[in-house]
Design a protein around this ligand. Sequence first.
Ligand code: COA
Length: 334
Amino acid sequence: MNQPAPPFGVRIRGTGSCVPNRILTNDDLSKIMDTTDDWIFQRTGIRERRVCDPMTEGTFTMARDALKNALDAAEMKGSDLDLIIVGTVTAEMTCPSVAARVGAALGAVPAAAFDLSAACCGFVYSINLAQALIQSGQFRSIGVVGAEAMSSIVDYQDRTVSILFGDSAGAAVLTRDPDPRIGCLYQTMGSDGSGWSSLYLPRRPQEVPASDADNPIRLGNLRMNGKEVFRFAVTKFREVIEDAMIKTNLTAESVGQVVCHQSNVRIIEAAREKLGLPHEKVYINIDRFGNSSAGSVGLCLDQLWRAGKIEKERPFVMVAFGGGLTWASGVWRI
Ligand code: COA
């Protein structure tokens, strides 16, 4: 997507995140299914993940707390926002949106609010959309959240999918800025729905294709063809990062952090090596948090931001892929 020069900039004014306290290790999983810490770590890079207490926590509470942290960092209040977007596929209810409840909890009434469904791309799609809406002149301050309680949609009786996922939320507050050099330098969002059945969540038997009819995973839980997703992701992920760097004239030397969706450490490492990026520019936290779908990029961004790793001089990249199939990137200068 080519963008005309904006009349003003879009500032990431604060970031925040939230993870549940409860830790589920690979060893914990090996007590309830036929797996081992070694098998999971070798294939995915994951040692442990966070999971919600379903009685007291979930997508809504994590989204609310992550956005509250981002507002505090931005020294703003909920009432300063005119829109809230929550990227998620694990909303407790299909109506109302998580975003509307978050808005009410943070005093953001009457800000507009909606959820955005783009699976693991939820945060990058949402922040891309938010910056475009601010640039359009329609909105001034937007709260963006990626939040996912994956533990509510995985079948812990099955070892093939459940081992990958964890729960988290990441958030950012975007505001209009008079400096047009600040903000998103480039963004892409894409999809190929023909690959939908390699990562999907059927609620009714008629949604299950014949080729997947023998899948033991219970309805209402996420199903995945791991090999197909891996094949797609290992090429697409690199292509999307490479495209973002080429379009903004960035090299392995000049780019700042490449903030990756934490899908599988082997997918991230394959892209990192091909693009000649040093380890310190590609943050990894999948060992501690697993794949938290739409939560992951916002969580990484917040951890990097608070550690002072997002530099003013070097544009940074956010990149994700996921169910849909979808992919997205954004290059930002702060
Ligand atoms: N523990 C131990 N053994 C397991 C296991 C587990 N948790 N899950 C599967 N296995 C077994 C399989 O039954 C199979 O056994 P078999 O050879 O006797 O049939 C064997 O391990 C290999 O299974 P396979 O599915 O071929 O493993 P894989 O090498 O493809 O790795 C993934 C599985 C899921 C780690 C890998 O395909 C992957 O990471 N895909 C991408 C997923 C992804 O990124 N999803 C998120 C997108 S946002």
